[in-house]
Design a protein around this ligand. Structure first.
Ligand SMILES: Cc1cc2nc3c(=O)[nH]c(=O)nc-3n(C[C@H](O)[C@H](O)[C@H](O)COP(=O)(O)OP(=O)(O)OC[C@H]3O[C@@H](n4cnc5c(N)ncnc54)[C@H](O)[C@@H]3O)c2cc1C
Length: 430
């Protein structure tokens, strides 16, 4: 590697930090620069929708620990705005350019915002998204002010976690989603139905099959109402738009890489691909931004929004950045996530969407304490636990090995009385 150009990491968050640390651990002693558009040192996002919203943790108390002395140059508050691959040069918003020998792209994702067009006009105030530390600080302040009714649009993981926090704070909450249950895209409605019962117990006004169409403002320009496609309205003075995330690849628009809002396409070795599908020399990607072939779904590319993937993929990309061309190793990672909501610790391994069968292997949906396994075409592809993670590592091994569905029979506490179709919604039309 050229001594003066060195390594540049774009995106100073979880994947960027852990990737930089892995480079140093791997013996890289040359120049190292981390570029981040946020003004903060890397911080942890999972607490934002849990402890920070609940007021148990200050937004600025979420800094990620540094596990290695990085001896790096930090360019924080400085977005990368372009990439000249021929000159191996990164362009920053202040007009400066950073030469690199190797580049790690870890720009993650941003919250999908509510669409604003000429027809809709500007959004009223009081409408929030939740991705960054600043978002969490603003939302926490809005919740602490005691809104009359919080409307959460989107019952995915972040929408449900926010609903849970709002109820813990004693706030009235409506949760609206076009699907029949929360978490329908991740777990299917058969398992998502368990969350419906949690919402019910917690006193959340859940509105399935609901499409929010537009927001209305009061005389002061604050949100006061959401209009539904079906014609009705929901009165609200605080809205959380929780519609998922788009990958932060806009700055790569002219770079000639395979990038769009679904991610930056990489090969199995985490090398970014150019428009012809060839690895771009010296450019790697990791974390939420990276869309890679997934060994669990042959022929399918997947970008994850999982903490564990960001750490593992950053380490793997760093390893390959330091390795010779003929020693590029394949990234094989079993997707895994966790969530805590309504007092339940949810953990998942594998990729459930696309499953044709789900079986509850331990516990029961009625008790909200269970482990369920997903199968597709006779193969085990995912497992999910609600407060029942004891067996999860054993299932993870079976999923990685691609064993027949259902795996592990005759284990203690097991009774497979509850199995059926998982009920995933139709894929979104883009
Ligand atoms: C509220 C919330 C709760 C979550 N909870 C969980 C959970 O319970 N369990 C779980 O497994 N996962 C959870 N996640 C997901 C997890 O936090 C992410 O998978 C992880 O943060 C991904 O890390 P990353 O570094 O790839 O991307 P990010 O954390 O998105 O970081 C990317 C960084 O790059 C910066 N950037 C973007 N564009 C540019 C640019 N052009 N120039 C410079 N910098 C740029 C961004 O501002 C950001 O700082 C949660 C995420 C959120 C938002």
């Amino acid at each position: 590697m050229s001594a003066d150009r060195g390594v540049v990491v774009v995106g100073a968050s979880l994947a960027g930090l852990r990737g930089a640390e892995a480079l140093r651990r791997g013996g890289y002693a040359g120049p190292l620069t981390l570029v981040g558009d946020e003004p903060y040192q890397p911080y942890d996002r999972p607490p934002l929708s849990k402890h920070v919203l609940a007021g148990e943790l200050r937004p600025d108390a979420t800094a990620l620990p540094h596990l290695v002395d990085l001896d790096a140059t930090w360019r924080l508050g400085q977005p990368a705005v372009g990439l000249d691959r021929a000159a191996r040069m990164l362009r920053l918003a202040d007009g400066s350019a950073l030469p690199y020998e190797k580049l790690l792209i870890a720009t993650g994702a941003r919250a999908r915002s509510w669409p604003v067009t000429e027809k809709t006009g500007p959004l009223p105030s009081g409408i929030h998204t939740l991705r960054s530390r600043d978002d969490a600080a603003a939302l926490r302040a809005a919740l602490a002010a005691g809104p009359k009714r919080v409307l959460i649009v989107g019952a995915g993981l972040i929408g449900c976690e926010a609903a849970s926090c709002c109820r813990d704070l004693g706030l009235a909450v409506t949760l609206a989603d076009p699907n029949p249950t929360p978490l329908a895209r991740i777990l299917g409605s058969r398992i998502g139905g368990v969350i419906v019962s949690c919402l019910d117990t917690a006193g959340v006004d859940f509105r399935p099959g609901t499409h929010v169409d537009a927001f209305e403002a009061d005389a002061a320009g604050r949100v006061c109402r959401a209009r539904l496609k079906q014609g009705a309205a929901i009165e609200t003075d605080c809205v959380i738009v929780a519609l998922g995330a788009t990958r932060d690849t806009g700055w790569l628009a002219e770079a000639g890489l395979m990038a769009d809002e679904g991610g930056l396409t990489c090969d199995v070795a985490c090398r970014a691909l150019d428009a012809d599908g060839q690895p771009a020399p010296g450019i790697y990607a990791a974390g939420d931004v990276a869309r890679t072939p997934n060994p669990l779904h042959v022929g399918r590319l997947a970008a994850f929004e999982h903490w564990g993937n960001a750490v593992a993929q950053a380490g793997h990309a760093a390893r390959n950045m330091l390795a010779a061309e003929d020693d590029q190793q394949e990234y094989r990672h079993l997707p895994a996530f966790w969530s805590s909501q309504f007092g339940i610790n949810i953990k998942g391994v594998g990729l459930a969407d696309g499953a044709d069968t789900v079986a509850v292997m331990q516990g029961s949906r009625a008790s909200r304490r269970f482990l369920a396994v997903y199968g597709r075409e006779g193969r085990t592809i995912a497992a999910i636990s609600f407060d029942q993670a004891r067996w999860l590592p054993a299932y993870a091994e079976r999923i990685e090995a691609g064993v027949a569905f259902p795996p592990i029979l005759g284990a203690t506490d097991q009774s497979i009385k509850d199995f059926g179709v998982p009920d995933f919604p139709q894929p979104r039309s883009r």
